[in-house]
Design a protein around this ligand. Structure first.
Ligand code: SAH
Length: 212
């Protein structure tokens, strides 16, 4: 179930789905997705589906992890990256392999602990996790070359726009019933370009933090 063949099949499927960035594909190939889900679900870990991780949250579908990583990279090495919505840390692990440094914020404390364990096991040493409300970004560490939001926002939080470098990229699902994946590029101090890409399905971006 977690054999090399099963994992190779996932990679082939990602290529068929249009993922072209070899840096992203090789990062995904190197990260065992089954360690991020409960043992009972590990048989499904290499299917192209999101799976429950407890606390009403999910691990993202491999295709969307690949797609958002590819959009953020845009064929260039990534410097300092902020992720909003760590969850179990799967996307964070992929980002850690394709970026210089990664900061990831999660609002549910037990998920921060869970993700920390997984990232330690995979020796992702360039990652720092924070238990906080991602709507605020991480102002003390801004600006970021790239920001990825892995929960659906009703609108793009202004704080995240403020915390982008000029030339920086933000990938974020926007919407409530219908969600659209959006790419925002910061062109200058005051100009941003927004591109709507494809429909997606994420858990909602909520406000505040939760200790349980
Ligand atoms: N990146 C994850 C996806 C996890 S699901 C992966 O690789 O699978 C989205 C996560 O966003 C959930 O864990 C949820 O608790 C978190 N989240 C929702 N609103 C948030 C907010 N305002 N700040 C930080 N995390 C948030």
């Amino acid at each position: 179930m977690t054999s090399q063949r099963t994992r190779d099949r996932m990679l082939n499927r990602l290529r068929e789905q249009g993922i072209k960035d070899e840096v992203v594909l090789s990062a995904i190939a190197g990260i065992p997705r089954h360690i991020f889900v409960d043992e009972a679900l590990s048989i499904r870990a290499y299917e192209d589906v999101s799976l429950p991780i407890g606390f009403g949250q999910t691990i993202s579908q491999p295709y969307i992890v690949a797609r958002m990583s590819e959009l953020l990279r845009n064929g260039q090495p990534l410097g300092k990256v902020l992720e909003i919505g760590t969850g179990c840390g799967y996307q964070t692990a992929v980002l850690s392999r394709i970026s210089q440094e990664v900061y990831s914020v999660e609002r549910i404390r037990p998920l921060v602990m869970k993700a920390r364990g997984h990232l330690r096991e995979l020796k992702c040493v360039n990652v720092k996790l924070d238990h906080a409300d991602g709507n605020m970004g991480l102002s003390q560490l801004a600006p970021f070359d790239a920001i990825m939001v892995t929960a659906a926002a009703s609108h793009i939080p202004q704080e995240l726009l403020n915390q982008m470098t000029i030339g920086g990229r933000l990938v974020i699902p926007v919407g409530t019933d219908e969600q659209i994946l959006c790419l925002v590029e910061r062109l200058s101090a005051s100009e941003y370009r927004q591109t709507k890409l494809e429909t997606v399905k994420f858990v909602p971006l909520l406000g505040g933090t939760s200790a349980t």
